[in-house]
Design a protein around this ligand. Structure first.
Ligand SMILES: Nc1ncnc2c1ncn2[C@@H]1O[C@H](COP(=O)(O)OP(=O)(O)OP(=O)(O)O)[C@@H](O)[C@H]1O
Ligand SMILES: [Mg+2]
Length: 146
């Protein structure tokens, strides 16, 4: 599926729509990967999803932190935790181990949103949805889901 958006507000609204439509995977974490060039809007998309799930604190780019975990904890939420991973600085799937990735993947309460899956492709299994964000020269973005 593909959506084309013209403004940041439309982009965020699309991320909120995605969050509401997302169906948790049974038997393990729901892993969503986000691909796209630097500045495409991967972090912006995750911020909007986090807000839709009730995260009130500011979602910062984890580029230096690599991983941030937000407790969702509300009975209204489909997930117990939102895990934001930025793999940009990782050099292979084995770099995910220190982040506790395998354990995180086993917990069906986790929604894992991972930027730069290309960097750790060898360690990724059971990807629920692959999101790609394509920026056109005029700033219009095409978001595709597969
Ligand atoms: N239509 C739009 N959609 C998404 N982001 C937009 C749009 N217009 C402007 N922006 C801005 O572009 C920036 C996108 O940066 P963001 O950090 O989300 O990119 P990223 O894909 O995570 O990059 P990186 O690979 O460096 O992590 C944000 O500052 C956002 O506010
Ligand atoms: Mg980012």
């Amino acid at each position: 599926m593909e959506k084309t958006v013209r403004t940041l507000a439309e982009f965020e609204a699309e991320a909120v729509r995605f969050a509401h439509a997302l169906v948790p995977r049974e038997g393990g974490a729901t892993l969503v990967t986000l691909s796209g060039e630097l500045g495409a809007g991967k972090t912006a998309f995750i911020k909007a999803v986090a807000k839709a799930f009730g995260v009130e604190e500011t979602v910062t780019s984890p580029t230096f932190v690599l991983e941030k975990i937000y407790e969702l904890g509300s009975e209204a939420s489909k997930f117990e935790r939102l895990v934001h991973i930025d793999a940009y600085r990782l050099e292979g799937g084995s770099d995910l181990a220190p982040l506790g990735f395998d354990e995180l993947m086993q917990d069906a309460g986790n929604l894992i949103l991972l930027e730069w899956p290309e960097k750790v492709a060898d360690a990724l299994q059971d990807i629920s949805i692959r999101i790609s964000i394509l920026v056109q020269p005029d700033g219009i973005r095409t978001i595709s889901y597969e």
